[in-house]
Design a binder for this molecule. Structure first.
Ligand code: ZN
Length: 178
């Protein structure tokens, strides 16, 4: 075995290395690559160990980042479609969230008017008048209930979408960490 050392070059940066005979592993003093000393047919050479692993890892990280990005995109697109099931259209075809203040005020006024009509009908001794008021107030209450239910369903769907999105953003951050 050669005890004087073997003159080698780093397989990564080309720096000259002098390693004792019998050495299998060496770290390049210049680029810090971990190298394996190999024996070829007639000469020794070095093979990069750690650098190769790192680039494999970098490719894996890139793939994972792309995968998560795609998943976020798919989730956003799915929500774009799904949210329309919960939204209402106004007269101009614009999408509105259910349970707007304007809607509640309008429906409350309908209920109040219905009750007023009930009392007016009673005062005038008109049974059909009172019945019309009862029907109006009941309809107003029914639509308030329906609006509240639609709002709750929309909120539930939106929160679930947001939760999934947050967790994907978190894994994106985790995957990007060195
Ligand atoms: Zn080197």
């Amino acid at each position: 075995m050669n005890t004087k050392g073997i003159a080698l070059n780093c397989n990564h940066c080309g720096a000259a290395l002098n390693v004792p005979g019998g050495t299998r592993f060496v770290t390049c003093a210049q680029c810090k690559s971990q190298l394996e000393v190999r024996r070829g047919d007639s000469a020794f050479f070095t093979a990069v160990l750690k650098q190769a692993r790192e680039s494999t890892r970098a490719v894996a990280v890139d793939l994972e980042l792309v995968r998560i990005h795609n998943e976020i995109q798919l989730l956003d697109r799915a929500w774009d479609t799904a949210c329309k099931r919960h939204l209402q259209r106004d007269r101009n075809g614009e999408y509105l969230e259910p349970g707007s203040a304007l809607k509640y005020v309008t429906l409350s006024i309908i209920v109040a008017l219905g009750i007023a009509v009930v009392f007016a009908g009673m005062a005038a001794g008109s049974v059909p008048g009172s019945m019309a008021g009862v029907i109006g107030a009941a309809l107003g209450l029914f639509f308030i209930w329906r609006e509240t239910k639609a709002r709750a369903e929309y909120d539930r769907a939106f929160n679930s979408y947001q939760k999934k999105r947050q967790s994907l953003l978190l894994s994106l951050k985790e995957a990007g960490k060195p």
